[in-house]
Ligand binder design. Structure first.
Ligand SMILES: NC(=O)c1ccc[n+]([C@@H]2O[C@H](COP(=O)([O-])OP(=O)(O)OC[C@H]3O[C@@H](n4cnc5c(N)ncnc54)[C@H](O)[C@@H]3O)[C@@H](O)[C@H]2O)c1
Ligand SMILES: [Zn+2]
Length: 1608
């Protein structure tokens, strides 16, 4: 072979030009090495893949050149050693290194040696490291043979080997003397290895140089050609410049550029400072993925995905445009690299393995480049440019969001700032218009610049297809914002490879016709054009289109299923044309497809649409209008026939693609559903798109205010929950928008009507990305919305937003962008957040949808990964802090407890409350064994009975029939054998509930002594209890204390106590089953009124029981400080009552006395309490009891060990955790990092965070307030300072401020204030302005109302005042009501209860039905513009007053009497009937002296309840359980005796002077319970007070005060 002196390019690194690139360098390399790195020994190491191809040539040349040189300078020829290693990463080991070293040493190789590493990164890293340590370091030369080795591993001097602990952990920095890049090596490189290296090349261009990147983008084919097509005929082609092909030149350019960047970076930053970190772009996330999928996927493949994720991260953070992200994606995939983990290429390699985000993040945690616990990631600001000159610090949340496959969308109503009031945005270009514009421009003549083109998969596929067809030449301008199309005027060739269009529907239909335009197949090229798509695309029918095209002479073959993709189109001389008949009832895209190609047909086209109604006419019109803007006219003839002008399209200079009208519906719908305003620019009344009328034709009738200009649309939504349903709406002209309309229809309200929206005219939506109608029905149903399919549409029942429940597993999107986006709209309002699966599907039309949703529309989102984690079974929902065992609240409840505690009675009551069935294990036993327990024990003995009993229980619990909705009551001895305790404990572990019922054992004993029907224990009952109580407790996870104050004669619990116990049990059950959790509404927007809890400080609540009501007045919750409780010594001594029983009883007493939620707190000494600091076990045992007893809140100090805290969280059930930290020793000042650490712990574990500091001066409060602001977005937080100096912080804290009360023995903490003090202080600080309240009516001088309300205001320290506004004419109150901004509310009495309504903005349901308003209150509602709107609302509390008094007197309020009787027919009678109805009384009798008036009243209630008018009471055969009289006391009315019947009912007389009317006295004598008029009056006033203040009223104090005045 002739010798040539090759032309080489050199790159300088670390001050010398030691990187040399070129083609055919073998001889050059050897000469250079032998002359510039003289040595006695040369050691060439390579691998078994390379050796057969290149080694012999190298050896040959080496021999020749070395002997030639030796002759020249008369020196000794050097020795050449060669060694061939197995290929692959496994060779980078200690073992291989040892072997090489031993081999050389045994050959007496000395320090005078030079290594030649010929191979990929593996050989380079290994040989480099051997050279670095051999004889303390000898010289070495890199001859990289992979692309990766050329552009990356050979440059920089990093050498290393792997160990079992990880890759590259042992190594050294050791610079090679030379790096020779002979690009000829690349020709033998497998394609996948080439792509692997391209990832680094693309990465380098992306961070460094935009023009290098452009070369990569545009040079794809050339670069691949240079590498892969090695069948050149010229010898040594490329060695010299004159033989170098253009492609080779480009390849060298590209590699040179990349190598140069790496060399430059290394030179400036040899040992990894900031700059070198830039080369890590794509690697932070890439490594995280690589760790999970290696060796199934290569480094570069993972980096490629990493590049995309990190670019998306830059975009999400607002630094990078979507155009740039799209360019990166296209460039990487054009070199055969994967860009997401879900693409087929990846799945083929890794199978079904799921890379869980948590796992990726876990790997990233140990990245060397992290800064502490913050991650560092290279962010781009443009293609070729990084945000900073080093990696930027990025938060985990943001990384998680980008990586997560699912999106959690949070409702705007739950964000601290509420919804964003005013939004303006431009939505992405229309896909339909983009696709049409692309096709027309490509087919057109001349050059056109397209802008606002949609950058999406769809248009990308279209563009790629047009390039494949060689239809036109394309160029990007303005950083990708403008596409320049040099039209090919209709030229088309058969593409080399199949045209793949993914799931792009429009592109597939259009291209089907385009392929028939190809005139002929060229020689040596494929004979037919193949069009195919992904699996879903292959299920979308195109038969009518194929039929029409074949009938006009095209030759098309379906390759798989007839009438579906893939198809092969064989050219037959171009598109024939002539008259074409097409069925257009399924898709208008068929029509557009033919229309668009028609101008180029051989014969003029007349397109006749046949076969039923034409679908989506607007899209056809759009096509025609666009054809016309490109100079081709279409004539519409009779009978749906179109005649198309022949000729080529004329490209205008510019064409702006209009925004997508369907996309625009989503932001507009968010405005509609969240009551805010949104303007979408670039779409308006001028639009050609049907969906552009959505705002006017759908949103406006639903109650939105819509304004439209020619090019913009603005929508203002009504207040939340007030959208109106559309009984019928035909959406034929805007079918794609039906999904948006459907989610809005799910939340409409319609007090009068049926609240149903019916959308029709959308049949085509069944053959879109999925069957969208079925999909919407299915997904909406998951939210609890009633929806069903109509023949050509969908029907949806509206529902209040609060009743919507997001599906746990999230919304399934069917890979359909519109489903994802429309449910994102719904999710912006659904309580607690909604998961949207497959979030990536939006990229089809709106790649930045999630970014825009978050940043432009102000909807908070979070990443979620529902997939399986490494080595984990079952799903996890995102990252939950601590594991909580989610309980299945429908699961059967097992009741255990001593005999005689009431398991049967209370068990049956529990079943009633929960709607469960009741089953008694003993009875079940008798049924199954066919023998009574008594006989069984007498025959077989106790021991056998216990065994059988345990078996019965086990069998019951494993029988599916009893799995759910049963109360299973066990015999008292069930806990005796260990086996049954294990069964019960197991049941708890599986999420079941085992409820232990307890009562005071003294009481039980005296009760049981009366009972002789059951077998006796044969031993002392107390002894039994002492033995068993530990067992009951370990076997249960809930305990209910049935507290009875005292017993009546004979050991029975008094009926009153039973009612109370049942009520307590009901509350308890509703709590533990999550049905009514009684939690404080912390977030409610009652401006100026903070929530508080009063901290009890007593040793024994029994001693102070009569003061508890007073102490708790106005508080939202009450704290039981368990560490302060002290059991009297005498009770401790006889061991009758354990400490736990004492605490349980204390809690029961508290429950009995006040209805507000309980905070269960055990404060340790170190945290300002009294519980031992050492006894962690005891502490958490106690806290566990707080949960077992169903306390709404349990205070957990975060100073204890994590495992203990996590355990308690796992079993917390419905109890909320108040995670608290008390900085008693002043170690964690506000704002310090020490405190931040505490905050994070509390945030992790708590539902509510409680941080308590100590104030020494006012500055400490200021520091606290500054700190509080920084956490305003976080979880609810109690943050206060102890000490007198800290009082201000207690005034300013707005969430559950701990308070004291004057009636308490002492304060729980220094500086604690009472509620009244806090309110007074807030008033003085201007946080709680005084309001005026009035009584309106006449005569009113003797009214009790001022006393009532002013007493209440005073008790709570509220600055308000209640006064009299006496007037005959309601007009006199206008000023006070409407104009006075200090007006807070009013009571209304005769004669204005009806007239007042004209001044009100709204009258509530009950007041409407009763027909009278007695209460006016003010509510401030937020308007669209964010300002507050003052609304006056009317309510009627008379009926509430009756209910509040009558209901507690019922045996069982959940089971009210059948019949009720109302006397009188005036206004009060209306309230009475409504009260009876509201209490659930089915049959209501009405009597009035004048029957006709009663008849009139009956009419009023006709539609609501069953009212029967009695002509006379004397012979009425009725048995009312409740009687309400509204007849004046003066009438002296008494009832005929038989009305009272045999039952003991409840009677209420609304007349309140005298206190006991004649009627009440009569009823009382019959044994009836009586409710006095004054009592009802007080109760309705209290209801009023609570409406006005939003606070529980100080009932006791009000009642005492009013009665005192009344008696005067
Ligand atoms: N030192 C650094 O700065 C640095 C940087 C990046 C990567 N690395 C290391 O590089 C290694 C990966 O390098 P790699 O991707 O080159 O892998 P590699 O060395 O394993 O080579 C890939 C495969 O291609 C074969 N091959 C190489 N050249 C060929 C050719 N011209 N024709 C035909 N087959 C050929 C090899 O035999 C091997 O099977 C890893 O160990 C990695 O840690 C080091
Ligand atoms: Zn890399």
């Amino acid at each position: 072979m002739a010798r040539v002196d090759p032309d080489v390019s050199k790159v300088s690194i670390l001050g010398s030009e030691s990187i040399i690139l070129g083609f055919h360098l073998t001889e050059y390399i050897i000469r250079d090495v032998l002359t510039s790195i003289p040595a006695s020994n040369y050691v060439l190491i390579t691998d078994t893949n390379l050796a057969p191809l290149y080694l012999s040539n190298y050896v040959e040349v080496f021999k020749r050149v070395s002997s030639e040189l030796a002759q020249q300078n008369g020196a000794k020829e050097p020795r050449l050693f060669t060694r061939i290693l197995p290929p692959g990463e496994l060779s980078k080991s200690r073992k291989t290194k040892d072997e090489i070293e031993d081999w050389l040493l045994s050959n007496a190789v000395t320090r005078d040696t030079c290594f030649l590493a010929m191979g990929g990164g593996v050989i380079g890293d290994l040989v480099g490291f051997v050279a670095a340590t051999f004889m303390r370091g000898v010289s070495f030369v890199q001859i990289p043979t992979t692309l990766l080795a050329m552009v990356d591993s050979s440059i920089g001097g990093k050498t290393a080997i792997d160990t079992p602990a990880g890759k590259n952990l042992i190594g050294a920095f050791w610079q090679p003397k030379r790096i020779f890049m002979d690009l000829i090596f690349l020709q033998s490189l497998p394609e996948r290895e080439f792509a692997n290296g391209m990832a680094e090349v693309v990465k380098t261009a992306a961070i460094w140089n935009e023009s290098d990147f452009v070369k990569l983008e545009t040079g794809v084919d050339a670069v691949r050609e240079a590498v892969l097509n090695s069948n050149s005929t010229i010898p040594l082609q490329g060695a010299k410049l004159d033989t170098r092909t253009e492609e080779q030149g480009l390849l060298l350019d590209v590699i040179l550029a990349s190598a140069r960047v790496k060399a430059e970076v290394v030179t400036n930053d040899e040992r990894e400072g900031g700059l070198r970190g830039l080369l890590n772009f794509g690697h932070s996330i890439g490594h995280g993925i690589e760790a999970l999928v290696s060796p199934l996927m290569l480094h570069g493949e993972c980096v490629s995905i990493g590049i995309m994720k990190e670019a998306e991260l830059s975009r999400n953070l607002g630094h990078l445009s979507q155009v740039a992200v799209g360019r990166l994606a296209r460039c990487l995939s054009s070199y055969g690299l994967p860009i997401t983990l879900d693409e087929k290429k990846v799945k083929d390699r890794i199978g079904n393995m799921h890379c869980h985000v948590d796992d990726i993040m876990e790997v990233m945690k140990v990245d060397k480049k992290n800064q502490g616990d913050k991650k560092r990631i290279v962010l781009l600001s443009a293609v070729g440019k990084t945000l900073e000159k080093r990696a930027s610090v990025v938060s985990d949340v943001d990384i998680y969001k980008v990586l997560a496959p699912e999106q959690l969308v949070l409702p705007v109503t739950e964000s601290a700032n509420g919804p964003r009031k005013e939004v303006t945005l431009t939505t992405p270009g229309s896909k339909s218009i983009s696709n049409r514009a692309l096709l027309i421009a490509a087919l057109g003549q001349g050059t056109v610049r397209l802008t606002n083109l949609l950058h999406s998969d769809d248009t990308q596929y279209m563009l790629a297809a047009l390039q494949n067809l060689n239809a036109a030449d394309f160029e990007w301008e303005d950083n990708g914002d403008t596409l320049v199309v040099h039209g090919g005027a209709g030229r088309l060739v058969v593409p080399e490879k199949e045209v793949y269009i993914g799931n792009a529907g429009t592109a597939s239909r259009f291209l089907t016709s385009v392929l028939t335009m190809i005139p002929k197949a060229e020689e040596n090229k494929p004979s037919a054009a193949i069009l195919t798509g992904n699996a879903r695309m292959k299920q979308r029918p195109i038969e009518p289109l194929l039929k029409a095209l074949t009938s006009s002479g095209a030759q098309i073959k379906s390759l798989e299923k007839e009438g579906f993709l893939p198809i092969a189109v064989t050219p037959t001389g171009g598109f024939k044309g002539g008259r074409i008949e097409l069925s257009a009832s399924i898709s208008s895209q068929y029509v557009s497809s033919i229309l668009l190609c028609a101008p180029y047909a051989v014969e003029p086209v007349e397109l006749a649409l046949v076969g039923g109604q034409v679908i989506s006419q607007p899209y056809i019109d759009m096509t025609i209008a666009m054809m016309e803007s490109f100079g081709i006219s279409v004539e519409r003839l009779e009978n749906n026939t179109y005649k198309i002008q022949q000729g080529a399209y004329k490209n205008p200079e510019h064409y702006i693609v209009e925004s997508d009208a369907s996309s625009a519906t989503y932001p507009l719908a968010i405005a509609a559903i969240t009551g805010t305003t949104c303007t979408v620019t670039s779409i308006g009344s001028k639009s050609l798109q049907g969906d552009a009328t959505f705002a006017v034709n759908v949103l406006r009738p639903m109650g939105c205010i819509v304004e439209q200009t020619e090019t913009s649309t603005t929508v203002r939504g009504p207040p939340i929950d007030q959208l109106k349903p559309l009984p019928t709406i035909d959406m034929e002209t805007m079918t794609d928008a039906f999904l948006t309309a459907s989610v809005l229809a799910a939340v409409t309200s319609d007090p009068q009507g049926e609240n149903i929206t019916r959308i029709t005219g959308i049949a085509n939506q069944r053959v879109k990305e999925c069957n969208r109608i079925a999909a919407m029905v299915h997904e909406l149903t998951k939210f609890g919305v009633t929806a069903s399919e109509l023949p050509d549409g969908i029907q949806i029942h509206g529902k209040p937003i609060k009743d919507l429940k997001a599906p746990k597993e999230g919304v399934h999107c069917y890979d359909d962008h519109r489903i994802a986006m429309s449910f994102a709209v719904l999710a912006s309002i659904v309580p607690h957040g909604t998961i949207i699966q497959e979030k990536k599907c939006v990229e089809k039309t709106w790649p930045t949808w999630w970014d825009d949703l978050e940043h432009k529309m102000g909807v908070r989102i979070n990443g979620v990964d529902l997939g399986k984690k490494k080595g984990q079974v079952g799903n996890v929902l995102g990252r939950v802090s601590g594991k909580t065992n989610k309980m299945d609240h429908q699961k059967s409840i097992v009741i255990i407890g001593m005999r005689g505690v009431g398991k049967t009675t209370l068990g049956q009551h529990a079943a009633e409350v929960l709607g469960f069935q009741f089953i008694d294990v003993d009875q079940h036993f008798e049924k199954v064994q066919k023998i009574t327990i008594f006989d069984f024990i007498n025959t077989w003995g106790w021991e056998k009975f216990r065994i059988k009993e345990a078996e019965t229980l086990q069998e019951l619990l494993s029988n599916p029939q009893y799995h759910r909705n049963y109360i299973i009551a066990c015999g008292g001895g069930i806990v005796e054998p260990e086996g049954s305790r294990a069964v019960l404990k197991d049941y708890c572990r599986q999420g079941g509930k085992v409820l232990h019922l307890v009562r005071d054992m003294d009481h039980v004993a005296s009760y049981l002594n009366r009972d002789t029907t059951r077998p006796m224990y044969g031993e002392d009952m107390m002894g039994v209890w002492k033995r068993r109580r530990g067992w009951y407790r370990e076997a249960c996870n809930f305990e209910f204390v049935a507290h009875a104050g005292s017993l009546v004669e004979g050991g029975w619990v008094s009926p009153r106590d039973w009612i109370a116990i049942k009520k307590d049990l009901q509350r308890f059950l509703l709590f533990i089953t999550g049905r009514k959790t009684n939690h404080v509404d912390i977030k409610s927007g009652r401006i100026g009124v903070p929530t508080t809890f009063v901290a009890l400080t007593m040793k024994d609540l029994r001693v102070h029981q009569d003061r508890l009501v007073e102490i708790c007045e106005g508080a939202d919750a009450v704290e039981l400080r368990v560490d302060l409780l002290k059991q009297p010594e005498d009770e401790q001594k006889d061991d009758l009552k354990s400490y736990i029983e004492y605490v349980g009883e204390q809690l029961a007493i508290l429950r009995r006395t006040v209805p507000i939620p309980v905070v269960f707190t055990v404060r340790s000494k170190g945290q300002a309490g009294t519980f031992s600091d050492e006894d962690e076990k005891g502490m958490f045992e106690l806290l566990q009891w707080g949960q077992r007893w169903g306390c709404e809140y349990v205070d957990v100090e975060i100073c204890w060990s994590n495992s203990a805290i996590e355990n308690i969280i796992a079993t917390k059930g419905e109890s909320k955790i108040l995670a608290s930290w008390h900085d008693v020793r002043c170690q964690t000042p506000w704002g310090s990092t020490a405190l931040e650490a505490r905050y994070e712990t509390a945030d992790k574990y708590g539902d509510i965070i409680k941080l308590v500091g100590v104030a020494k001066s006012m500055n400490d409060n200021i520091a606290l307030e500054n700190y509080r602001i920084t956490k305003s977005e976080g979880k609810p937080m109690i943050a206060i300072n102890m000490g007198a100096a800290g009082q201000l912080s207690r005034v300013l804290n707005e969430v559950l401020t701990p308070t004291s009360h004057p009636a308490l023995p002492h304060k729980a903490a220094p500086g604690q204030l009472s509620l009244a003090e806090i309110n007074t202080a807030r008033h003085l600080l201007g946080l709680l302005p005084a309001k005026k309240f009035w009584l309106i009516g006449t005569p009113i001088q003797h009214s009790m109302s001022p006393t009532l309300h002013n007493t209440g205001f005073g008790a709570l320290g509220l600055p308000h005042n209640y006064g009299l506004l006496e007037c005959h004419m309601v007009e006199y109150v206008e000023d006070a009501l409407l104009k006075d901004l200090e007006f807070g509310g009013a009571s209304v009495t005769i004669p204005h209860k009806v007239n007042i309504m004209k001044y009100l903005d709204q009258v509530n349901e009950s007041a409407k039905i009763i027909g009278a308003v007695n209460t006016v209150f003010v509510r401030h509602e937020q308007k669209e513009d964010g300002s507050l709107q003052r609304k006056l609302i009317g309510e009627n509390t008379d009926y509430i007053g009756i209910m509040r008094r009558v209901q507690p007197l019922m045996q069982d309020p959940t089971n009210p009497p059948e019949q009720g009787l109302v006397l009188g027919s005036g206004g009060t009678a209306r309230a009475a009937i409504y009260a009876l109805y509201s209490m659930g009384i089915k049959k209501i009798y009405l009597w009035n002296r004048t029957t006709s008036k009663a008849q009139e009243l009956k009419q009023v209630f006709e539609s609501l309840c069953d009212v029967t008018v009695l002509e006379s009471l004397d012979n009425a055969k009725i048995e009312p359980g409740v009687i309400v009289s509204t007849v004046p006391a003066e009438s002296g009315l008494e009832l005929p005796e038989h009305i009272y019947g045999g039952i003991k009912g409840i009677i209420c007389d609304m007349a309140y002077k005298p206190r006991r009317t004649k009627l009440l006295l009569q009823a009382f004598a019959k044994g009836w319970s009586c409710v006095e008029g004054i009592e009802v009056l007080i109760s309705q006033g209290i209801a009023q007070f609570e409406i006005w203040t939003g606070k529980p009223a100080p009932i006791q104090r009000i009642e005492d005060e009013v009665l005192r005045k009344y008696e005067l």
